[in-house]
Design a protein around this ligand. Structure first.
Ligand SMILES: [Zn+2]
Length: 960
């Protein structure tokens, strides 16, 4: 507030203050109150004086300050040195070199026999090893194993603080209740699932937070570059279990499979009130509903009793479902545990204090108190039901094996075809999940064989070397959930969404709409996501096979020194990687825009040529080393003469490639997960350098500084504002002079907007999205905690306004429906009058078949006619002036939910990938993020082709 400047103003103020209050003032809410101040964190005393309370060590009381990771490690080291109840296991380092821990706490007698406990739990999880009688005897003796995990989203800070208190109580308490508990339970703690994100958040919050409760205070608005929810590479780790791309996921999954827990509670935090299961619909149909519902109810009632003692608010069966297998709750459930998400209210982005809508104050301490209470209630419920839960744990695996021997899908096989890089990736992923994979040592035949494009053959022969995943294995249910082409949602859930959309259709155009409840993608089948040739069948192969223990691949033979040129085929992600690394190191790499004949072999279009006479002498040695590291076979060619055809290494159709100099926009308005997935792919998978910059910086640079500019998924409106009118002109000039602009998701919507006009392609319903801030893109919504359809980047709060309030968990409702809408899942639903609605309804991630335009450089290395593509909310009318690189001709999805009658009508003849020639440059549009969560890789090489060929190949180059 500014100081009062004149006595006159002061006089008015005095008069105002002396006036009687109008009646409405008296109706203001009472003074703020806090809700859980009297929670006793010493409830499990007395504590042994051998263990100093962490809060004494830290110098602040619980919930008064955010604890950094190093301080937590001090406490762990101290306790581990003194305690006979605690064992600490280091299981690796994060990308920022922080140690990942597994903490195991139990009674000393259990700690002394941990190896035996682990071995016995493993036997329960593999009924092939154990008779029923032996199993029953084991369940009588074995402690129950409970996995408690905290703060996978690093900015959900109450979890981490609660974990420290839980650890202290478990290690130091002399209370008989805790002693009894530890006799019966082995507590396996994943103390901080995302240390890098946690540290970004707490360092920032501790620096700027002053405890203000107003939702608009800066301490409740995490900057773009902090966003501690995500890990170092900006991955949401509670989505990552599907492909285990991140080291945090890999190491935690490995530990989970090693300890075989029967209960898993994953502590999050950003709901209005506390949530614990029973979970919401939909539930993954590979789970046994009778079993999972029973145990979720038992644990839910245990938590409820503990919370009701304090009169606390909480909710169940809403919002947090159990469908997508890449969450900890559903993944642990598919591993036989009772998997649960716990969401606390205080802390996190609400900081130390938060003013609720009823003017009461919610504190970090409140959030911690509830998590501590839920953790202990879970342990008590587990102890009280130990034997019954262990029995049902074994039953899960018995049933899993039995189910694998019946039903329409009993095995999935992968013949040695396609890109070996992706095949290897798929096998590695299955091994991370503990799924048993075998290699056939002989040829075999399967009956009733389905491919992943929906075609069926009566029989099909498979060669030796075919990989087999047979579902009659302990993790058969998990394997099925990862590999089945499509996973159906509960009918009741679908019906509810239909009703919502119907009601919305009857509301006025500007009236508020109900949100649908899809909380994540509805299709993820790994063979489709990775575009790996695969087949499934209702029978299992009778063939000798050996288990696959790892995916070690022997490097290819080094090429002999060449006189004329070295050539390598472009047919894999590894070849793209090698090409980019050679370009990056300054070698003169050329490409054949037509099929190439060299050294008596034929190579597909896009294959690479290194001419000996035009490269330095280091070429041979360096190429051999890089090719071995990438796993690419390179041939030496000793003559430029071609025995057949017109294209040899010295032909006109061979173009020297310009090295890409890549910039990526990274700033407010850009989806962090889209940026992160791109970063991770380039840095980790390809070894490609790039420079993250802001739009302002790009516009200030000389035009030739970069020749590739990538705009990750993000808010179309934010991109429009960032470039502005003049910036847009400069961007066009940059393209015309040879720049390759690659636009993903919301950035493609920005490029196609009529005022941007970087392409003649237009979004269907274009003015609704690209013209606005993009409610469907990252602007304006607080992060959904557990799940969201972030195929289109709704998963980060890069906007501001909505962050002032409680989190909005869902993306916006479908807009502008003129007629009643009927929806359906796949082909089950009859078409209805949804067909008359004027706009496409956004999809929660569904997989379609796209037709590949094989006359364009972006499809080099793709010779198949079709490829799978993941679509969510953007459907582009084809470009009239450019090239439609992928086109949807068949509107029936391969997998996932669609709005029957609406989606098929709008998706038909849209183009998920478009290239527009602009002068000597290119504008390349991807309707959805091609690197989505590192799950989706089918369009990876189309994207990389923009980097490899974009700066060189223009329309006039000609193809074929
Ligand atoms: Zn969370």
């Amino acid at each position: 507030m500014k100081p009062l400047k004149t006595p006159l103003v002061a006089l008015f103020c005095l008069i105002f203050l002396l006036m009687p209050l109008p009646p409405s003032f008296a109706q203001l809410p009472p003074a703020p109150v806090t809700s859980a101040v009297d929670f006793d964190f010493r409830q499990f005393g007395p504590h042994s004086p051998d263990f100093v309370s962490p809060w004494t060590t830290f110098g602040y009381d619980i919930g008064d300050f955010h604890t950094n990771y190093a301080n937590f490690e001090r406490v762990v080291r101290d306790y581990a040195a003194k305690s006979d109840r605690l064992r600490v296991f280091e299981r690796g380092r994060t990308s920022e070199h922080r140690t990942l821990y597994t903490l195991v706490v139990s009674a000393p007698k259990n700690i002394a026999r941990l190896d035996a406990i682990k071995a016995n739990a493993a036997k329960l999880a593999d009924p092939r090893q154990l008779s029923d009688a032996a199993a029953e005897s084991l369940t009588q003796d074995l402690p129950i194993i409970v996995w408690l995990a905290y703060s996978i989203h690093g900015n959900e800070s109450a979890g981490f603080e609660a974990m420290i208190q839980v650890l202290y109580d478990l290690v130091a308490s002399q209370n008989p209740m805790i002693r009894d508990l530890l006799d019966q339970v082995v507590v396996v703690i994943n103390p901080c699932q995302n240390p890098d994100g946690h540290e970004r958040f707490v360092t920032w919050y501790n620096a700027v937070g002053i405890g203000r409760p107003e939702p608009f205070a800066i301490e409740h608005r995490e900057p773009w570059s902090i966003y501690g929810r995500l890990n170092h590479y900006l991955f949401d780790l509670n989505r990552d279990l599907l492909v285990a791309s991140q080291v945090e996921s890999q190491s935690a999954m490995q530990a989970f499979l090693e300890w075989h827990p029967q209960v898993c509670a994953d502590h999050h935090g950003q709901t209005v009130n506390y949530f614990f299961p029973p979970a919401a619909l939909p539930i993954n149909p590979n789970l046994d509903r009778g079993q999972s519902d029973k145990w979720l109810d038992i644990f839910g009632r245990g938590n409820a009793a503990a919370f009701d003692r304090y009169g606390w608010q909480y909710y169940v069966r809403d919002v947090f479902d159990l469908f997508y297998p890449g969450y900890w709750d559903s993944w642990s459930s598919l591993n036989g545990a009772t998997g649960m998400t716990y969401e606390t209210d205080g802390g996190g982005w609400k900081g130390l204090n938060w003013r609720r809508d009823d003017e009461t104050i919610l504190t970090l301490r409140d959030g911690i108190a509830r998590h501590v209470t839920a953790s202990f209630a879970t342990l008590q419920t587990a102890a009280a039901n130990r034997v019954a839960r262990l029995r049902d744990y074994r039953a899960f695996f018995v049933q899993s094996i039995a189910e694998g021997k019946q039903g329409p899908l009993q095995c999935v096989v992968f013949p040695p075809e396609g890109d070996p890089t992706r095949r290897k990736r798929l096998v590695q992923t299955l091994l991370y999940h503990g799924v048993e994979v075998q290699t056939a040592t002989a040829a075999f035949t399967l009956k009733a064989v389905h491919d992943y494009a929906g075609r069926v053959q009566p029989t099909r022969d498979f060669p030796p070397g075919t990989l087999i995943v047979s579902l009659d294995q302990p993790r058969g249910r998990l394997a099925k959930s990862l590999l089945e082409p499509d996973t159906k949602q509960d009918r009741a859930f679908i019906e509810r969404q239909l009703e919502k959309v119907r009601r919305n259709a009857n509301r006025g155009a500007n009236a508020p709409k109900e949100e649908t409840e899809f909380y994540d993608i509805t299709a993820w089948s790994l063979p489709l996501a990775l575009d790996v040739p695969a087949y499934w069948s209702g029978s299992r192969p009778a063939v000798s096979a050996t288990p696959v223990a790892s995916v070690v691949v022997s490097p290819p033979q080094s090429p002999a020194p060449a006189k004329t040129a070295y050539v390598f085929a472009y047919d894999s992600d590894a070849a793209a990687k090698l090409a980019l690394q050679l370009l990056q190191e300054g070698y003169r790499l050329a490409t054949a825009v037509r099929p190439l004949r060299a050294g008596e072999r034929t190579y597909p279009r896009g294959s690479f040529v290194l001419r000996v006479e035009r490269n330095p002498e280091t070429l041979h040695t360096r190429l051999a080393a890089l090719a071995a590291a990438c796993g690419v076979e390179v041939q030496a060619v000793n003559s430029a003469y071609t025995d057949t055809g017109i294209t040899g290494v010295g032909s006109e159709g061979i173009y020297t490639l310009r090295p890409p100099r890549v910039a990526v926009i990274a700033q407010e308005g850009v989806s962090q997960t889209s940026y992160g997935a791109l970063w991770f792919m380039l840095a980790n998978d390809i070894g490609m350098e790039f420079t993250p910059i802001t739009v302002d910086t790009f516009l200030d640079l000389r035009l030739g500084e970069f020749n590739v500019l990538i705009l990750p998924d993000g808010s179309p409106g934010a991109y429009r504002r960032a470039f502005g009118k003049e910036g847009l002109e400069r961007l066009k000039l940059w393209c015309q002079e040879g720049g390759t602009l690659i636009c993903l998701g919301g950035a493609a919507a920005f490029a196609s907007h009529k005022e941007t006009d970087l392409t003649s392609a237009r979004l269907i319903d274009a003015d609704d999205e690209a013209g606005k801030d993009g409610q469907t893109a990252s602007a304006g919504e607080k992060t959904p905690d557990k799940k969201t359809s972030d195929t289109g980047s709704t998963d980060e709060p890069t906007g501001a306004a909505a962050r002032y309030g409680e989190p909005s968990r869902k993306k916006s409702s479908p807009k502008d429906e003129k007629k009643s809408a009927e929806v359906g899942s796949g082909a089950e639903q009859a078409p209805t009058d949804t067909a008359l609605s004027a706009a496409p309804l956004p999809l929660p991630g569904a997989i379609f078949r796209a037709v590949v335009n094989r006359e364009h450089f972006l499809t080099f290395s793709h010779e198949q006619a079709e490829m799978p593509v993941l679509l969510s909310q953007r459907f582009f009318r084809p470009s009239k002036t450019g090239t439609n690189v992928l086109t949807i001709e068949n509107p029936i999805p391969l997998a996932g939910f669609i709005w029957k009658g609406n989606t098929e009508r709008f998706v038909r003849n849209t183009a998920p990938v478009i290239e527009e020639q602009l002068g000597a440059g290119h504008v390349i549009l991807f309707a959805d993020d091609p690197h989505y969560r590192a799950i989706w890789q089918a369009q990876r090489r189309i994207f990389l082709n923009g980097l490899i060929f974009g700066p060189t190949i223009t329309f006039s180059t000609g193809l074929r």
